[in-house]
Design a protein around this ligand. Structure first.
Ligand code: TMP
Length: 217
């Protein structure tokens, strides 16, 4: 098994952008390369996190914006402490289907929650865990709605203006943090997107090795 320094990669985007498919394709490429990796999703990935996910996506509930934001944060806290931090420490690559940017985009830009409050709470909730690379799969809301089809969970059921704010929020996050966040056109063929993501990840893994050698020798 190829040893790395530990790398957290998050994939982000609006519902229907094809993120989960890209997580699977990236996982396949990492597996083929013999890299020690795990994939996780947010909210979820722990017993408590999966229960919180059920509550958050259930159409029969309507939590306040603050409750919603804190529930996402609670799920992330469990995932970061129980799964991500130990995996990072043991040198694994973690591919995360959503992370903090989702709370900033959905509850912050989409819902109107205070962005600096989200950042502060997130720092406490995750002990400062943050992705080394983030891939933003960008797609128009109209195209994403078409791809999603008829059934919709509680978040997907929010109106189109909400989803437009979320998309624009993501693009703003990418503009503010271009070294971490790479925007990939999610209207491209799936395999082409996957190849672009793979190049980004390989570059980061290679960088991780050379940084380690430079440090060690
Ligand atoms: P998923 O279906 O892509 O796994 O994501 C679950 C839904 O939860 C999706 O609509 C995005 C939303 N979400 C937030 O609103 N805030 C968050 O912090 C996270 C992680 C997800």
């Amino acid at each position: 098994m190829l040893k790395t320094r530990g790398l957290l990669i998050s994939l982000e985007g609006i519902d229907g952008c094809g993120k989960t498919t890209q997580v699977e394709l990236l996982g396949g490429k990492l597996a083929q390369s013999g890299v020690d990796y795990i994939t996780v999703r947010e909210p979820g990935g722990t017993v408590v996190g999966e229960k919180i996910r059920q509550i958050l996506l259930d159409n029969q509930y309507s939590p306040s914006l603050q409750a919603e934001m804190l529930l996402y944060m609670a799920a992330r806290s469990e995932l970061a402490k129980q799964v991500i931090l130990p995996a990072l420490l043991s040198g694994k690559i973690i591919v995360c289907d959503r992370f903090t940017d989702s709370t900033l985009a959905y509850q912050g830009y989409g819902g109107g929650a205070d962005l600096s409050l989200i950042r502060l709470l997130n720092l406490k909730a995750t002990d400062g865990t943050a992705p080394h690379i983030t891939v933003l799969l960008d797609l128009t809301v109209e195209e994403a709605v078409k791809r999603r089809g008829a059934s919709a969970d509680r978040m997907e059921s929010k109106d189109i203006r909400f989803h437009r704010r979320v998309r624009n929020g993501y693009l703003e996050i990418a503009r503010q943090d271009p070294h971490r966040v790479s925007v990939v056109d999610a209207s491209e063929v799936e395999e082409d997107q996957s190849e672009i993501i793979w190049q980004l990840v390989q570059g980061k893994i290679a960088g991780s090795f050379s940084a380690r050698s430079a440090y060690e020798f």
